[in-house]
Design a protein around this ligand. Sequence first.
Ligand code: B12
Ligand code: SF4
Length: 562
Amino acid sequence: MKIRLIDPTYEHPYISHSQKVIKNIWFAHLTLTTLAALTPPDIEVKITDENVEPIDFEEDVDLVGVTGMIMHAPRAYQIAQRFRQRGIPVVMGGPHASSLPLEAKEHVDAVVIGEAENVWEGLIEDFKNGCLKPFYKAEAFCSMEKLPFPRLDLLRKDEYMTINCVQTTRGCPHQCDFCHVTHFFGKTYRCRPVEEVIEEVRRLEGEFVVFVDDNITGNRRYAKELFTRLKPLKKKWASQASMTLTRDPELLKLAAESGCVSLFIGVESLSSENLKDVNKAFNRAPQFEEAMKVLHDYDIMILAGFIFGLDHDDEGVFERTLRFCERNRIELPSFFILTPLPGTPVFQRMESEGRLLHRDWAKYNGATVVFKPKLMTEETLQLGFNWVCKEAYSWGSILKRVFHPQQRFFTRLLSNIAYRSIAQRTPESQLPSLSRILQRMNDTIPLQNTRDLIQRVGEKIAEKKVLIGQKAADTLKLYSVYNERLKTLFVRLEGSIDRKGAKELVKRLKGALDVEIQKVILDFKDVGAFSSEAIALLSRKGLLQTDEGNSWMAVNAPVINR
Ligand code: B12
Ligand code: SF4
């Protein structure tokens, strides 16, 4: 009996899948080599990664297996159709088929839901006996012990940057609302026996290994043991980890000593509100700069993932994020547009709020807007995303990020050049028009004269005194969010306001109130103290009224004359 396993290709709008790019930066997928290893030895099994070789649709095979993430689904269905036209049955598994098995079943003969380990052999037996069932659901998660090593020998190894991929754990202890991992693996986090991982790594040729885990440090005790045992192998490795790693110096040191050279870290957003919204508050935004520094101190290159289009993102987010990457010399920033993956809480939320634009899965690729964002239009999100992808890999931005005296300058530069070749495919785009204004409206203004500041009066102020103590702050902080749909700028003020602060505020608001912004809402409730001159100026401009609540003040554009 002959089985052909296929990994479909995908025409990504900005990630080039050219042979050169694959050779420079891709590592081979583990899916098919794992399935091949699970296939009984009496069966002839071959694999095709369509990204590196064409599919032979005329091949003489008995059964075809096809995999796919969400965006591969349409192509996977086309492939299935071609084989089924010839009467060859097709089985589909992987993240997409597991989330939407009923949809997948319309295109294939059998669907595997979940991991293959506990069902694949039984499916083959059924096929041999002529009684293939429509669905095979892995009822329990498989044991991580004695998993067969993937059949790397079936890959065209010269086509990839590396084929040395190893999985040490499955699942993640966290449950971020946009992530498919929790949906697929539930709340489980399973680790393979360290001994078996070490043996698999030991057998690999070459010094570089990719651990294709979702979060390699999800169980610290396990990770510490793994890293300790890896050290003598003297390999270099890359993987994915969550930000929590940066808060455990012992673990980080061990990772570096065991050969960790780069980590993909899902930073996701610089906004604490966004992180809280998507159940990722364990990423602590105020500590990000320190976290990036700690990774660099251990000479670990950072591939930082950022998601755009979360509910607190306005059109200033693209520039703000890029400047963060430049300031912190993040080697390889990776940007994604929020993608509601079926099965995830984000998908459910978007669906129930009527915010999904369509179900054209090919466009659910992390680079195309498929939902209605809250604070931006679809168009602004798309254009801002295109801008940041291209701008981050412009020579100017690369140079800001790669110079770092202590570290591997050439590795940083070469990886950036490789990523630059991908980013070149992103369509040309402009920075969203209000971005510059929004940077100015999210700023700290130092004050000049804090001596004659007076604490606020009124009921609210009594609470405030306790909060800010007796000392007035010597800065005025502006936190602003622009709602493009309402054409309204919300500005929250925090600290104290003296004459200089008030003048600067008025100046910046005048700059902001252009044709696009129609309304500004100022929130003074976190201002602890004003100088009398500031009160006079702000009142004269109609920005401050001493009403009882004195918190929210709505100011329409015409109030401030340009
Ligand atoms: C490594 C990895 C990558 C690597 C390589 C991709 C790869 N396939 O190896 C890179 C970094 C390139 C990558 C990129 C992306 N990835 Co990725 N990736 C992973 C990761 C961490 C591991 C994949 C892996 O090797 N697993 C090990 C193998 C053995 O497991 P498996 O593929 O799931 O297969 C098992 C079962 O699913 C089943 N099975 C699978 N296929 C089939 C087929 C048949 C016939 C049968 C019987 C069974 C079966 O059996 C296997 C054994 O149990 C997964 C998370 C995860 N844990 O799966 C995310 C994951 C697959 N990626 C994901 C996404 C979204 C992406 C991107 C689209 C991100 C983006 N927006 O750009 C890109 C797409 C790039 C591309 N063009 O392919 C999502 C997919 C969600 C979805 N529903 O589509 C996942 C689940 C992560 C997540 N956080 O949600 N990814
Ligand atoms: S930490 Fe990463 S892998 Fe884990 S649930 Fe969140 S996004 Fe998914």
